[in-house]
Write a protein that binds this ligand. Structure first.
Ligand code: HEM
Length: 472
C-alpha cells in the first residue's frame, strides 16, 4: 500500500548514477570461515553471510562445523548426482524441515517417502502447462487491478514495492488455485506470514545444534499468534469448500478440489495432509514470486539501461494488447530480466539434503551426519560457472546465450523429483505482472535507502523495498 504523500525529490539525486559496471548489493564473501558462535548467529540473522571466498571459487567445500560436517556442492555434475541420479539416497535437510513444519505441517514441501509421492501424484494435475495457461486471464485481471489502483495515486508517490508485490501475488493465488478466496484479507495474511518468517521461520541455535524440542526456544515472540491467524484462514478455506460440496454444488477444478478428491480416494491423503498443503501452497505460492518481482523492480531501477530496453519491448509488443490472451512467450527481454533476477537473488537461496546412506560426492565421502548443501546463492555467483557473476546482465538469458547455461549451474527452482511444482505458474505470473507494471509505470529507488538482501526462509529485501512510483 502507498506509504504517504508524493515526494518531490529527483530520484537518485543523492547517489551516483547507476552504471552497467556497478554491482547490486550482496554481503562480501568472508576471507575465513566463521567460528561456532559466529556461525550460529549468522544462521539466525542472515544465512547468506556465512559464505567464504572458497565457496565461490571451489566446486566443493567440505568442512566440520559446530552443527556437524557441511558439504557445499557447486559442481554441476555432483549436483545432478545428489538431486537426480541418486536422489533416492537423500532426504530434505532436518533443519529446513524443522523451520517449516510448524507452519506447513507434512505438506508437499516437507513430506518424505510414500506420503510425499502420493501428494505429488495428487497435485501434479493442477500444474500441467494447459491448466497453468488457463490461469492467464485471472493473472492479467489481478495485474490490471494493481495498475488501476496505482494509476489513482499522485505521480511520484513513495510505495513499499515489496509489500505491494506480496499483496498482488496473494491475490493471484486467490483468483487461481484457491478460487473461493483465501478467507482473510491479503494484508492480514501477508502480515502474519512475514511475522512468522521473522520469528519461527528463523534458524534457532538450538535447532541448528539439534537440541531436543522440549527445550524452550526464546526470541520467537509473535510467531505463535501469526501462526494462529494463518491456521484460522486454512481451516476456513477447508470448511467453506466442504459446505459447498455438502450442498451438492459443483466445485471449481482448483487445487482444493484436487486435494479433497485425493483425500476421498482409497489410500488417499489424510486430513492433516490436506490442511498442510493448503498452508504450503499459500506460503510457497506467493512469497517466492513476490520476491522475484521485487528484486526485478529493484534491479531495473538500479540499471536504467535495462529498464529502457524492457520498456521498448513492452511498448512494441504489448501496446494496448489484452494481457489475458497475449502470447507472453514473445516477451524475451521481460523473461530474461526475471531469470537474471532469479540468478542474483534466488528466493530459495539454499537447499539442504541429508544422506540416508553413505555416498561419494565429487570424490568426497558423505554420510548420515553430513549436511549436503546446494546453495543457489553460491552457485549462481560461482566464479567457475559465470562471467562477472556479481554483475546484473540479463543478456545471459537471451535465447542463444541461455542455451549455453549448464542445467545444473542455474537452479532457482531446484531439480530432480523435488523440483518446484509451481515453477511454470510462477514464471507466467511474474512475466504478466512485470509487463503490466512496465507498460504504465517506472519505479525508482527511494533516495537514501540502502537495499540489503536477507534470507528469512526466502531471500527478501530487508525492511521492504521503498520505491518511487512514476507514471510513464
Ligand atoms: C519464483 C518463484 C518460486 C521459486 C524461486 C521456487 C523455488 C522452489 C525450489 C528451489 C523448490 C525445491 C526445494 C528443494 O528441492 O529443496 C521448490 C519446491 C516447491 N515449490 Fe516452489 N518456487 C517458486 C514458486 C512456487 C509456486 C508459485 C508454488 C505453488 C503455487 C510453489 C510450490 C512449491 C512446492 C509445493 C514445492 C515442493 C515440491 C516437492 O517437494 O515436491 N513454488 N520451490
Amino acid at each position: 500500500m502507498p506509504s504517504s504523500a508524493p515526494i518531490d525529490v529527483e530520484p537518485n539525486a543523492s547517489r551516483p548514477q547507476p552504471s552497467a559496471r556497478r554491482v547490486p548489493p550482496a554481503p562480501p564473501p568472508r576471507e575465513k570461515p566463521l567460528g561456532g558462535l559466529g556461525l550460529l548467529k549468522a544462521l539466525r540473522t542472515n544465512p547468506i553471510t556465512i559464505w567464504t571466498r572458497r565457496h565461490f571459487d571451489e566446486p566443493i567445500v567440505l568442512r566440520d562445523t559446530i552443527i556437524g560436517p557441511m558439504c557445499v556442492v557447486s559442481d554441476p555434475v555432483a549436483i545432478k548426482h545428489v538431486l537426480v541420479d541418486n536422489a533416492g539416497n537423500y532426504r530434505k535437510g532436518v533443519l529446513q524441515t524443522r523451520v517449516l513444519r510448524p507452519g506447513l505441517g507434512n505438506g508437499l514441501l516437507t513430506a518424505e517417502g510414500e506420503s510425499w509421492r502420493s501428494q505429488r501424484r495428487a497435485l501434479a494435475p493442477v500444474f500441467t502447462p494447459r491448466l497453468i495457461a488457463s490461469f492467464q486471464p485471472a493473472m492479467a485481471s489481478v495485474a490490471a487491478s494493481l495498475t488501476t489502483r496505482w494509476g489513482e495515486l499522485a505521480d511520484r508517490t513513495p510505495i513499499d514495492a515489496a509489500r505491494e508485490m506480496t499483496h498482488v501475488t496473494l491475490e493471484v493465488l486467490e483468483r487461481t488455485i484457491f478460487s473461493d478466496g483465501l478467507a482473510s484479507e491479503p494484508a492480514t495474511l501477508a502480515q502474519a506470514i512475514t511475522r512468522y518468517l521473522d520469528t519461527l521461520g528463523r534458524v534457532h541455535p538450538f535447532d541448528a545444534l539439534d537440541l531436543p524440542d522440549w527445550l524452550p526456544r526464546f526470541g520467537r515472540g509473535g510467531g505463535k499468534e501469526a501462526l494462529a491467524i494463518f491456521n484460522r484462514a486454512v481451516e476456513t478455506i477447508m470448511a467453506r469448500r466442504r459446505e459447498l460440496l455438502a450442498r451438492g454444488e459443483e466445485a471449481p477444478r482448483d487445487l482444493l478440489t484436487f486435494l479433497l478428491e485425493a483425500h476421498m480416494a482409497e489410500n488417499g491423503l489424510a486430513p492433516d495432509e490436506v490442511r498442510a498443503n493448503i498452508a504450503t501452497f499459500i506460503a510457497a505460492g506467493h512469497e517466492t514470486t513476490a520476491n522475484t518481482l521485487s528484486w526485478s523492480l529493484f534491479l531495473l531501477a538500479f540499471a536504467p539501461e535495462w529498464r529502457e530496453r524492457l520498456e521498448k519491448e513492452i511498448d512494441a509488443l504489448c501496446g494496448d494488447a489484452d494481457l489475458a490472451s497475449f502470447a507472453i512467450d514473445r516477451l524475451i527481454i521481460t523473461k530474461a530480466v526475471i531469470e537474471e533476477a532469479l540468478r542474483l537473488y534466488p528466493p530459495a537461496a539454499s537447499m539442504t539434503r541429508q544422506p540416508i546412506g553413505e555416498d561419494e560426492v565429487a570424490g568426497h565421502k558423505v554420510d548420515r551426519r553430513t549436511r549436503v548443501v546446494i546453495s543457489p546463492w553460491v552457485l549462481h555467483r560461482h566464479r567457475r560457472l559465470w562471467d562477472e557473476p556479481e554483475r546484473f546482465d540479463p543478456s545471459r538469458f537471451l535465447p542463444e546465450a541461455r542455451q549455453r547455461i549448464d542445467r545444473f549451474a542455474y537452479l532457482p527452482f531446484g531439480a530432480g523429483p523435488r523440483i518446484c511444482i509451481g515453477a511454470g505458474f510462477a514464471l507466467q505470473e511474474a512475466i504478466i505482472l512485470l509487463a503490466a507494471i512496465t507498460r504504465c509505470f517506472r519505479l525508482d529507488l527511494a533516495p537514501l535507502h540502502e537495499v540489503r538482501p536477507v534470507q528469512r526462509v526466502t531471500l527478501r529485501p530487508q525492511g521492504g523495498l521503498p520505491m518511487i512510483l512514476r507514471r510513464r
